[in-house]
Design a protein around this ligand. Sequence first.
Ligand code: OOG
Ligand code: MG
Length: 256
Amino acid sequence: MIDHASLAARVDEAARTATAIDQLSQGEPTLTLEDATRIQALSIDRRLARGEALIGLKVGFTSRAKMIQMGVHDLIIGRLTDAMGITDGGETARRRYVHPRAEPEIAFRLKARLEGRVSAMDALAAVDAVAPAIELIDSRYKNFKFSLADVVADNSSSSGFVIGGWAKPSAELDNLGMILSINGRPREIGSSSALLGHPLRCLVEAARLAADAGLALEPGWVVMAGAATAAVALTPGDYIEAQTQGLGRAAFRLGA
Ligand code: OOG
Ligand code: MG
């Protein structure tokens, strides 16, 4: 029998103390995606018990660039809490992470509930605003290596997020150029159409995957659509900026 609560405590402690651990599947070779989904929920319950608030979800592996970089080919979700937020233009400390990476994303803010199977039109109607965003991912596993179940149990590597200025939603969200720059030098260049062909499809998938985990996307929530490019490893002092054509930019500095 897999002890979900104790595995949730293990990934939660690893995240809280920025300590690398072995993949859960090494000790539990039968770990399934269902187990991992349960472990993720329990690990976030521990954060909520410490006073953090659940403010949304992120979807992962919505682009081929990410699937190829990480060797995982299924869509996943992770939970976002208020404590993971980094102020646009602000700073977060390197010591809070095991091996931080940044990736350029698009964020949606919802004004209506999305639950289960929804259409792209339903998703668009539920969007209050969109923004350029950066996700700071950090696997708690040694060498940033994991199986699908491992990464889901580890809250899908969610660690931090930066959101630029919110703008009114428009259906013209596909084919927007996206650039991730580090210290003013472009490091990854992509397009919003890398995100399942259209970032709104990521919202549709988020609603479906959330329902599998017993959740609905709630009004006021933020949903991150996933990285359009591969993620870039960060070094203390780095200034990270993501720019999305027509939406603007989001940025932060990684402190010591
Ligand atoms: C898992 C998270 C994937 C994305 O945007 O595709 C993700 C990882 O790469 O560690 O956040
Ligand atoms: Mg991401």
